[in-house]
Design a binder for this molecule. Sequence first.
Ligand SMILES: [Zn+2]
Length: 463
Amino acid sequence: MEQVLNYLAQNRDRYLAELKEFIAIPSVSSQSQHNADMQKCAEWISGQMNSIGMQNVQIMPTGGHPVVYSEWLGAPGKPTVLLYGHYDVQPVDPVNLWTTPPFEMTERDGNLYARGTADDKGQVYIHLKGIEALMKHNGGLPVNLKMLIEGEEEVGSANLDKFVKAHKELLKADLVLISDSSMFAKGVPSICYSLRGLSYLEIEVTGAKSDLHSGSFGGSVHNPIQALAELIASLHDKNGKITIPGFYKDVRPLSKKERDAFKKLPFSEKQYAKDLGVKQLYGEKGFSSLERVWARPTLECNGIWGGYTGEGAKTVLPSKAFAKISCRLVPDQKSDKIAKLVEKHLKKIAPKTIDIQVRNLHGGEAAITPIESPGVQAAVAALEKGFGKKPLYQREGGSIPIVVQFKELLGIDTVLLGFGLPDENAHAPNEFINMDNFFGGIRTSVHFFNELPNYWTTKGKKK
Ligand SMILES: [Zn+2]
């Protein structure tokens, strides 16, 4: 192991030079003028995969930009990791806000600036070099590995679903590893083990069959805007709890271990409120802000409209009012079930003075890879060795659809090993990856593949 780590230290300059080359290919998936660059970028990765000793390297066509696949299956009896990443990047506009050219990787203040350094080319490259070092020194890997690097993540992974469905056998693995996210803060390595799901609904409330004059009719009919506002206001009680019966029924409670782990994160509620510019924080009583955002479900009104909203006054008593409602969900809530509960409840409590329609617009499931699972524990051990510091546990309030897809299509959990930072300017001008995170990431990659078989055998198979 020491040899491998020495090798990493000796090759720092080469890593930077190669990453610079990778970054210089403007692989913007959303802009057709870059189609040739997308192909070039796929070829660059397949060249890397071949040179580090991956096998069955293929650039595989999809309905859009190609997927780059490779594998190394020389560790019978050991777990198989499916490493997912993406080589496409976001557009760079507005270019004038970049301090240095977006596709010319530049080192500044201990950071590497350029489009794709953090999201996600830099993080894909981190693993290529971890794998390379292991291959070089051990003639192989401690685990079986499949790499799936797609070119359409930034345009919603439009063809990935189909691709995974069509290649289920090829992609069969024990767990997914994704490095396309951030640590909690600079110098605070962390492991994210859960993502929230979503139910998104639209409500339409109808009163009279057409708009009315508020002078002639005001006082005789229930204004749909008022009725809708009353309905929405009733969905939370004074403790910030959602009042829909059954809403919390399937929520997997936070364990004491998790709550204690969140408390260790360097987070100040006061500073958080100040950063957001709110006078006071709000949320479900009995939980901290991090717990509410990561591990408790919510119901938010995302938009509400109706009546007259133009310039000046118009004395209208509108016929209709609308609202968009989204619920962020946590394990083990199910998106469709929640949508039905919300609809049922709204219809039940709706006053007889109006008609109400509820439409389920879209949804997605939450994901969790328990902190006791072998994959997460191997990642924790790897981060500790790679960064010389025990990592902390965190969840994420948003969703990463691909994680849910892998769970649904391949039946496997994902380990999110992110080496970015929350302020890395992903999708914005001056994107960067911190150099300590970059080199620490390569060390962590080596340790992860090394550690995984230990946890896999001693703690049993999949949780
Ligand atoms: Zn990404």
